[in-house]
Design a binder for this molecule. Structure first.
Ligand SMILES: [Mg+2]
Length: 124
C-alpha cells in the first residue's frame, strides 16, 4: 500500500483489521514511490501479491511507480487509487497495465471483493 497521506495507513489497518488479525492479508506501507520500490527490491522483500497505490504523490507519482513496477515485476498486479477519478486518468493507468482503478473514498467492501477475485484467479 503506497500513499503519501499518513492517514491512509491507519484507514487500511482499520478496515482490514479482521483480515490482518487472522493473517489473511499482510500489509506493508510506503509513503512514496521510492520507498515502495525500496521495499520491493530489498533483500528481505516481501512476497507481494498486489500493490495498491495512490496516484497523486510528491516526487514519484503513482503512474511513474506503476511504470517501474510493470517494467521490473510484470506479474505483480497493481490497483491505482485516486481522489480524482476521471476517465482520462483511468484510461492512462489501464493502458500502462493497472488491473484496477479505485476512487477515494475507498469502497472497502468492493476492494475486498476484488482482492478475493484476484486471489481466486491467481490461485495464491
Ligand atoms: Mg496523495
Amino acid at each position: 500500500m503506497v500513499d503519501d497521506e499518513p492517514d491512509a495507513k491507519e484507514l487500511f489497518r482499520q478496515n482490514f483489521r479482521r483480515e490482518i488479525r487472522k493473517g489473511v492479508y499482510v500489509f506493508d506501507f510506503a509513503q512514496s514511490g521510492m520507498e515502495a520500490l525500496g521495499l520491493l527490491e530489498g533483500e528481505d522483500a516481501p512476497e507481494v501479491i498486489l500493490v495498491l497505490s495512490d496516484i497523486n504523490m510528491p516526487g514519484m507519482t503513482g503512474v511513474e511507480l506503476l511504470e517501474q513496477i510493470k517494467q521490473k515485476w510484470p506479474d505483480i498486479p497493481v490497483f491505482m487509487i485516486t481522489a480524482y477519478g476521471d476517465a482520462t486518468t483511468e484510461g492512462t493507468v489501464r493502458e500502462k497495465g493497472a488491473e484496477n482503478f479505485l476512487t477515494k473514498p475507498v469502497d472497502f467492501p468492493a476492494l475486498k471483493e476484488k482482492l478475493s477475485e484476484l486471489i481466486t484467479e491467481s490461485g495464491v
